[in-house]
Design a protein around this ligand. Structure first.
Ligand code: 5CA
Length: 444
C-alpha cells in the first residue's frame, strides 16, 4: 500500500470547529468526516483503528464465554411497550413509522430485544448462564452531540447481556465482565478505573462506569488516588477470585458526580489522597435483576419445579468513543506526535524512502522491505510521495505509526535507519526490526 494512493485527506491546519485534541486530530488526518450533527463517516484510517479496537473487545468477550450475536439497528416499539420504557426513554429515542404505519425505532440500547430473543428459546435453569453480546451501531438523539465521535448521535457500541438463575450467579457474571473490561482497556494501552455509578435510564441498583482520566472528559470524578495502584494480575475466572478483585477496587472511594457525597468523601479519603478531576466514560456495566425479565415474562424452570424470572445485567463499551479516548490519552499535542498503542495503530510501520527524481532505487528497496514485513504480518505502508524528509516525518507522526524505516543516506547495505516514533533512530538489519515488532505485538 502506498500513501499516494491512500484515502488519507490530511489538512494543513487545525479545523476551527474542533474543540478537543481527539476531534482535531481525527479531522486533521482524515479519520472521519461529519455527515450531519453527531453523525460521521469513518474513512480508511479511522475505520482501521476502530476495527482493531473492536477485535480486541471481541476477543476479550469471547474469553469469558460470551457469545456473539447480531441484533438489528431497527426495532419494533412493541417490546419497548412491554417493558414500559417506550414512553420513559423520551426524546433521545429516534422514532420511525414504516409504510404500514407501524411504530419502529432506531435502537438506543437492546435490553428489550435481547430479552425477547432469550425468552423465545431458553426455558430451563440448565441452560444458564447465558452471556450474549453484539457490536452494533446505536442511535441516541443526544441533545448536545459534541467533541466529534465522543458524544455522537450514531455510535458503535459493544453491548452484552447476562441471564442467570439467581442473584449470586448474576454477580458472578457481573464480575466476569468487570475483569474482562480491565483486560480489554489494558490491551488498548489505557488505564480505566471502575467507579460506582448511577444507573440512569437502564435501571437497576449496581453499576460501575469505567473511566479514563482526561481533562476534556465529560464525567466529573471523585476518587482516592490509591485506586490507580490496584494490581489486576492474572486473575482466574472463578467466583472467589473475581469477588476479591472487585473488593480490592471497592476499598477505595471512587465515584462519578451523580453518586458523589461530600461528607462521605471527606470522611473516608485522607486529604493527600483526594483527587477530583474529569474523565471519559469508556464502559458502563449494570445489574438490574428482573427489571426487564419480569414485565417481559422471561422466566425459566428451577430445580424444584418452580419458575422464576431470570436475573439480568448489561455491559457496554463505547467502541467508537474509544478511538477518541485513546487519542486524548496518547496524543502529544505540543510535538504533534500521536502514539497509538501498537495493538490498534492504523499502521504498525511506515517506510519512508527519500525519493530522487531520476533514481528509483530507494523506492524499489522500500517495496522489497514492504514485501518482507507484510509476509510477517506487520501492517505497513510506504510513503512514496515526493515530499521532503521533515514533512514525511511530520505526516508519519500525525498518522501515528509506532515505527518508521527511513531509506536515505543513513540506511546502508543491510542496515536500515529504524525509528520509534518520537525517539532517536537506530541502525538495524531488517530481521532485527521484524523481531522487535513481533515481540512487542505478542506482549499486547
Ligand atoms: N445497554 C447499556 C449497558 S451496556 C448501555 O447502553 N449503557 S450506556 O448507556 O452507558 O452506554 C454504554 C457505553 O456506550 C458508554 O459507556 C459509552 O462509552 C458509550 N456511549 C454512550 N453514549 C454515547 C454517545 N452518545 N456517543 C458515543 N459513545 C457513547
Amino acid at each position: 500500500m502506498y500513501i499516494s494512493k491512500s484515502f488519507i485527506p490530511i489538512l494543513k491546519d487545525i479545523p476551527s470547529e474542533a474543540k478537543i485534541k481527539s476531534h482535531q486530530l481525527m479531522l486533521r488526518v482524515g479519520m472521519i468526516k461529519q455527515s450531519s450533527a453527531g453523525i460521521y463517516s469513518w474513512l480508511p484510517l479511522g475505520f482501521k483503528v476502530m476495527k482493531k479496537i473492536e477485535q480486541i473487545v471481541r476477543e476479550e468477550q469471547n474469553k469469558i464465554g460470551a457469545q456473539e450475536i447480531l441484533m438489528p439497528t431497527i426495532q419494533s416499539s412493541e417490546i419497548w411497550k412491554e417493558s414500559g420504557r417506550y414512553d420513559d426513554y423520551g426524546e433521545e429515542m429516534l422514532r420511525i413509522k414504516d409504510r404500514q404505519n407501524r411504530e419502529m425505532l432506531y435502537g438506543p440500547t437492546n435490553e428489550e430485544l435481547v430479552t425477547d430473543i432469550f425468552r423465545s428459546s431458553i426455558k430451563s435453569y440448565k441452560s444458564l448462564p447465558q452471556l450474549l453480546y453484539h457490536i452494533q451501531w446505536k442511535f441516541r438523539d443526544e441533545i448536545r452531540p459534541r467533541f466529534g465521535i465522543m458524544r455522537g448521535r450514531e455510535f458503535y457500541m459493544k453491548d452484552a447481556y447476562s441471564f442467570d438463575v439467581s442473584d449470586e450467579e448474576a454477580f458472578f457474571s457481573y464480575n466476569k465482565f468487570f475483569i474482562s473490561y480491565l483486560r480489554t482497556f489494558k490491551r488498548l494501552g489505557l488505564t480505566a478505573i471502575p467507579m460506582a455509578a448511577d444507573t440512569g435510564p437502564i435501571g437497576g441498583n449496581l453499576s460501575h462506569e469505567f473511566i479514563i482520566l482526561a481533562e476534556t472528559g465529560e464525567s466529573k470524578i471523585f476518587t482516592d488516588k490509591r485506586i490507580f495502584d490496584v494490581e489486576t494480575g492474572d486473575i482466574e475466572v472463578e467466583k472467589k477470585s473475581l469477588e476479591d478483585l472487585r473488593k480490592k477496587y471497592e476499598e477505595f472511594y471512587s465515584v462519578t458526580d451523580e453518586k458523589f457525597n461530600k461528607d462521605e468523601f471527606e470522611k473516608t479519603v485522607e486529604k493527600k489522597n483526594r483527587l477530583i478531576t474529569k474523565g471519559i466514560e469508556v464502559g458502563h456495566i449494570f445489574y438490574f435483576a428482573d427489571k426487564y425479565s419480569k414485565p417481559m415474562n422471561a422466566a425459566v424452570d428451577l430445580p424444584g419445579g418452580k419458575k422464576d424470572f431470570v436475573k439480568m445485567g448489561s455491559y457496554g463499551i463505547g467502541v467508537s468513543r474509544l478511538v477518541g479516548a485513546i487519542i486524548e490519552a496518547k496524543f502529544d499535542e505540543k510535538n504533534e506526535i500521536m502514539k497509538w498503542p501498537i495493538s490498534v495503530a492504523p499502521y504498525e510501520l511506515i517506510i519512508i524512502p527519500m525519493i530522487n527524481k531520476n533514481d528509483n532505487t530507494a523506492l524499489i528497496k522500500a517495496e522489497n522491505i514492504f514485501y518482507e514485513l507484510t509476509k510477517n504480518n506487520i501492517d505497513t505502508v510506504i510513503d512514496d510521495t515526493d515530499e521532503n524528509y521533515s514533512s514525511k516525518i511530520k505526516k508519519s507522526n500525525l498518522i501515528g505509526a509506532p515505527y518508521q524505516i527511513i531509506i536515505g543516506k543513513k540506511s546502508e547495505g543491510d542496515l536500515l535507519e529504524f525509528k520509534e516514533t518520537g525517539k532517536e533512530a537506530k541502525n538495524l538489519p531488517l530481521n532485527e526490526i521484524i523481531k522487535t515488532i513481533k515481540e512487542l505485538k505478542v506482549k499486547n
